[in-house]
Write a protein of this length. Sequence first.
Length: 51
Amino acid sequence: MSFSFTNPRPDPEPSFTFTGPADVEERLQAISDMAHENLRLVTEVRRQINN
């Protein structure tokens, strides 16, 4: 998978396009799921440290 910036100007929310297999949405969903799991684990560790 690759991506390229479509607007090279500095922008707080740059736009970019993905090129690659048709399952890009599935990959993005998997990344999102992993990020949510990481945040859940961080919250759990913080809870344990603070108790």
